[in-house]
Design a protein around this ligand. Sequence first.
Ligand SMILES: [Fe+2]
Ligand SMILES: [Fe+2]
Length: 176
Amino acid sequence: MSQFTEALNEQTAHEFAASQQYVAIAVWYDGQTLPQLARHFYRQAVEERNHAMIIVQYLLDARKTVTIPAVSEPRNEFADPVEPVRLALSQEERVTEMIERLAHQARKEGDLVGEQFLAWFLKEQLEEMASMSDLLRTVERAAETNILLAEAYLAREAVGDHGESPNAPPAAGGAL
Ligand SMILES: [Fe+2]
Ligand SMILES: [Fe+2]
């Protein structure tokens, strides 16, 4: 197996782990009766799951080995409503670095198809880092007075693309 194929398989674990972390964050917000924040992260969890399945479909199409990984345990405890978004933003920043490393590896191996496949992910990471920074700013500002201001904001404004990326590569079994 090429290093690139191996690293792509590892990336599915990171995407599933991101999905699991967002489920944990959504459930935590739900437990705090902050339904809009919960809804936002339930949706993000599905998006991350779709990212994993997009990579799986690519590996299938490229006739490469696919291994569905175990997923590391997410964080379930948070001190206040800002902390989960801070964690989410640093997670997105880490994933961006991972995708960049993957793209470098594809280039190093002369795998132009693989490199081209990752272009969508790089664009998606830019979008996710931007929308998560927006959300962090909103939640931080609201936390200074009343966190329900963040709920009202999320009920009113669309943050992120809500999973609507019509140009996304196909996901194994279909995107959810
Ligand atoms: Fe992702
Ligand atoms: Fe993400």
